[in-house]
Design a protein. Structure first.
Length: 571
């Protein structure tokens, strides 16, 4: 397949795309990708297509019919090649999108390149005609103005960007060349960045003992506004992060966390993959109950490697783990939907809040599952093995042998690491609708840690059991703890608070709650334009407690040893 992208009018943000595709049958079906790997939801990229037309080799229109939201049926009897032309709207900037403006062309080919099923392994070329000369950042080599790829799979997994200003540095580990590029930020503290990236890179590579590619490129697009997103690819990652002034300050830990996470994805997801995703089918949903493998384990180990490599202190990592535990206990969805069910339904509503308390997260609960599994293995091998050994085995015994991973494969590998069968623990955490509280407590106790509880510093959450945002100048309820005072008073999500005990509230709701904390409350609120009143009695109940993981005051010697091994501290 041969492609061409033109950018004649960047201010209009439409790419002009031409595709030449060989055909051999009387009828050919063309597909537009419905999703992109790394985001387990439909993207429906065909919604950005306009002026779709199909021509023969002599540029004469041929008959075609759209048969689904992302499929076209062509009459190709007697033809050996068709030419497809269309415009693609490129107006969204995130780590998995395609974007054009007067200063850059950023392309995720999986968003915008039509293909013929069955030809995904054919060699591909992509010619780019820019509206002005700019610098190229990408993984596939650019010869003149053309990119060559071994296959459609490789091409659509190779995003690139053309822009004016790029700051880049290289480092090497083993026989792999790494590059870090920052776009949109100046004065990069390269010594600090390179030191930290080299540390977590070395630790991950040492644990796997191999890397699937010879080069890898971290491409960081920095925005002047708040943003956080990263997407994995086999030979690169695209990270979009902002605002600019915070990148090497308040957001530096976020930069490290997402970079380590996306690097780990090179092995896990881009290489190791569940049977449901092996190979990728771009045309429709790729349902899987194993989101804990692709995202949960990566979320856990991406941050864990920052500690075990010495980039983060153990105390800094405990804070990260505490935040993961906090999200678990704040989400009643753990009682209503299992992790496996939530994984399957990422394709339905996995990336939005959705119905309150409906589901869990393959990222958050998946990370807790990975943590518990890691400790399970360490406990059953006297610290001689860990979840990293399981992942290493999956890489060498499955990916390198071109096999997908099943649930039974994963369970068996964990069980084989020690003396205790993992199946019952696995089924409880993955397939049952339960809180992880007891299992988490057992795991952290093994490491000589403990979970302590603090009152929520937000008096609105602490005293009423609700969380709010400011909307239209008024506090708007976004969540309500079941059976809390607010729930008993029959508040609903979306209600806006007007006043408390006669005092009008705006951004100072928390201050008035502190002021009236020992009194009964008379509240006037707005529900979809209808004013109502309610009363809440004085109470000493507390809600939305804050969880903190810390070291025990008097851990045993075995606990100290286990913690030291887990933290990666050399004795």
């Amino acid at each position: 397949m041969k492609y061409q992208i033109k950018t004649d009018q960047p201010q209009q943000q439409f790419l002009q795309i031409r595709a030449e595709i060989n055909v051999s049958a009387a009828t050919t079906i063309l597909h537009f990708p419905a999703w992109r790997p790394g985001r387990y939801e439909l993207g429906n990229f065909a919604k950005n297509v306009r002026a779709f037309q199909v021509l023969d080799e002599n540029d004469k229109p041929i008959e075609f019919e759209k048969i689904s939201k992302n499929q076209w049926r062509l009459a190709t009897n007697g033809l050996v090649k068709v030419i497809v032309q269309y415009d693609y709207y490129a107006a969204e900037l995130n780590a998995g999108s395609t974007f054009l403006d007067a200063s850059r062309l950023y392309v995720n080919p999986v968003n915008c390149l039509v293909y013929a099923p069955g030809r995904e392994n054919d060699p591909c070329s992509l010619e780019i005609e820019l509206f002005q000369e700019m610098k190229y950042s990408g993984t596939l080599p650019l010869a003149g103005n053309t990119i060559q790829a071994k296959s459609y799979h490789e091409l659509v997994d190779s995003p690139f960007i053309f822009c004016d200003e790029v700051e880049s540095r290289d480092y090497q580990y083993g026989d792999v060349d790494f590059k870090i590029s920052f776009i949109g930020v100046k004065n990069v503290p390269w010594e600090r960045v390179l030191t930290d990236f080299q540390k977590f890179t070395k630790k991950q590579m040492d644990d796997f003992g191999a890397f699937p590619v010879k080069t890898f490129h971290f491409i960081v697009i920095v925005t002047p506004y708040p943003h956080y997103h990263g997407v994995e690819h086999l030979a690169s990652t695209i990270i979009v992060l902002g605002p600019t002034p915070d990148i090497f300050g308040a957001l530096y830990d976020e930069l490290l966390g997402v970079s380590s996470h996306e690097l780990y994805h090179v092995w896990n997801v881009k290489s190791i993959r569940s049977v449901d995703l092996f190979p990728y089918d771009y045309s429709s949903e790729n349902y899987s109950k194993m989101g804990y493998l692709c995202e949960g384990i990566t979320t856990y180990l991406g941050d864990y490697y920052l500690m075990s490599s010495g980039v983060w202190s153990p105390e800094r990592y405990f804070k990260e783990l505490s935040d993961v535990v906090q999200k678990h206990f704040d989400n009643p969805g753990r009682f209503n939907y299992s992790l496996a069910e939530s994984s399957f339904d990422t394709w339905l509503d996995g990336y939005v809040v959705g119905a309150p308390g409906r589901k869990t997260s393959i990222y958050n609960e998946g990370a807790l599952f990975a943590f518990v599994t890691d400790v399970f293995i360490r406990n059953n091998t006297d610290g001689k093995a860990s979840i990293s050994d399981v992942m290493r085995a999956l890489y060498h015994d499955f990916y390198l042998k071109r096999k997908g991973v099943s649930e039974s494969d994963f369970v068996q590998l964990v069980s084989d690491m020690g003396t205790q069968d993992f199946k019952s623990v696995f089924n409880d955490l993955i397939h049952n609708r339960v809180s992880f509280e007891n299992t988490i407590n057992q795991a952290i106790n093994y490491l000589g840690l403990e979970m302590v509880f603090h009152a929520n510093p937000d008096p609105v959450a602490n005293l009423l059991g609700i969380k709010t945002i400011i909307d239209g100048g008024m506090p708007k309820i976004t969540s309500i703890v079941a059976d809390s005072l607010a729930d008993i008073a029959r508040f609903m999500i979306g209600d806006k608070i007007w006043s408390v005990n006669g005092q009008v509230v705006r951004g100072d709701f928390a201050k008035w709650m502190t002021y009236f904390k020992s009194e009964s409350l008379h509240i006037i609120a707005d529900r979809s334009g209808v004013v109502f009143q309610t009363s809440i009695p004085a109470s000493d109940m507390q809600y939305c407690k804050i969880f903190e993981i810390k070291t025990q005051d008097s851990p045993t010697d075995n606990m100290k040893r286990a913690l030291s091994l887990w933290c990666g501290i050399k004795s």
